[in-house]
Design a protein around this ligand. Structure first.
Ligand code: TA6
Length: 302
């Protein structure tokens, strides 16, 4: 049964867990605050968007725009936006929003739980079942967020309609770094990628990826962990249910065009997105399900 109100107190009565999971108003909307041992996470009901993940002993792992504001009708920049049921521009073009339509929709808690290993919340998106002018299908869309030694996200789609549909999607994670000039991205060596800044040319690159300008790559055929390493820590991202990851930094000019990257924000962030994108398209027949999983952990640099 999905909750019928977004009042923090009412949600707390129904889904709260003393000292582990509470609801509050933040950034102009309702959020769930999860804790487990020394780890913390904040999840907005809008878009089921993780806005913050503080790993136990390793600080804030995610980058969030200083202009982050819920309830504006626009997606919040930062944290982990859910891009669904299409990644990037709408396949048929037109005026449909990039990255699908669920980022700005209200999601509702379905269940919460805590154990010695984790604190978790599962949310559902009613809009996914209501059809959309740009996507005439019906699905059950749920995101389960598990906070423990790692932060794990399970994004599950079930086709509840009567016809098959194709799906592309991403957990569009914005990671915080001390200085982008000091970052190595490991695990992408010699993996083919679509260069979105070079007319979709298919390329490979040996060695660790260094960021010295705008970068927008859809890596294909990937199955391993990708690591963002700087002088202080290593953030590891394991992706399951997909064979593509997206690497993105807007750098200076695109940041200015976006307008919500803050002062020098591009220096403090790097997107490494767990995705079904490019040729990695999921097709679901009626009744079939698929889960896209991201497992995020932080450790010291040495
Ligand atoms: O994931 C990379 C990307 O597709 C970039 O091309 C850029 O558009 C970014 O996503 C942000 O998209 P958004 O719609 O959140 O501004």
């Amino acid at each position: 049964m999905e909750s019928l109100t977004n009042e923090p107190a009412a949600l707390g009565q129904r889904y709260g867990i003393a000292r582990r999971l509470t609801f509050a108003e933040m950034h102009g909307g309702t959020v769930a605050e999860l804790s487990h041992d020394g780890a913390r996470a904040i999840v907005a009901l809008q878009g089921a968007q993780v806005l913050s993940y503080e790993a136990d002993g390793h600080g804030e792992v995610l980058w969030l725009s200083p202009q982050a504001r819920l309830g504006t009708g626009k997606a919040v920049r930062g944290g982990i936006p859910v891009c669904w049921p299409w990644f990037g521009p709408h396949p048929q073009g037109g005026s449909h929003p990039a990255h699908g339509f669920v980022r700005t929709q209200r999601w509702w808690p379905v269940s919460t739980a805590t154990s010695t290993d984790s604190t978790r919340i599962k949310l559902a998106c009613p809009a996914a079942g209501e059809g959309h002018s740009a996507w005439p299908h019906s699905a059950r869309l749920e995101l389960e967020i598990v906070l423990g030694q790692c932060l794990t996200l399970f994004l599950t789609t079930r086709n509840t309609g009567t016809s098959e549909f194709a799906l592309t999607q991403a957990l569009h994670s914005y990671f915080r770094v001390d200085d982008i000039a000091d970052v190595d991205v490991l695990g992408l060596e010699d993996v083919h990628f679509i260069d979105q800044l070079d007319s979709g040319a298919l390329k490979t690159e040996g060695g660790a990826v260094r960021i010295a300008g705008e970068i927008d790559r859809v890596y294909q055929g990937l199955t391993e962990t990708v690591t963002i390493a700087d002088a202080r820590r290593r953030i590891a991202i394991q992706s399951r249910g997909c064979t593509s990851v997206v690497l993105w930094n807007p750098w200076i000019d695109k940041s200015a065009r976006l307008g919500d990257m803050g002062e020098d924000g591009y220096r403090r962030m790097l997107c490494l997105e767990t995705a079904n994108a490019g040729a990695d398209v999921i097709t679901l027949a009626p009744g079939e399900s698929h889960t896209l999983t991201a497992i995020i952990s932080a450790t010291s640099a040495r």
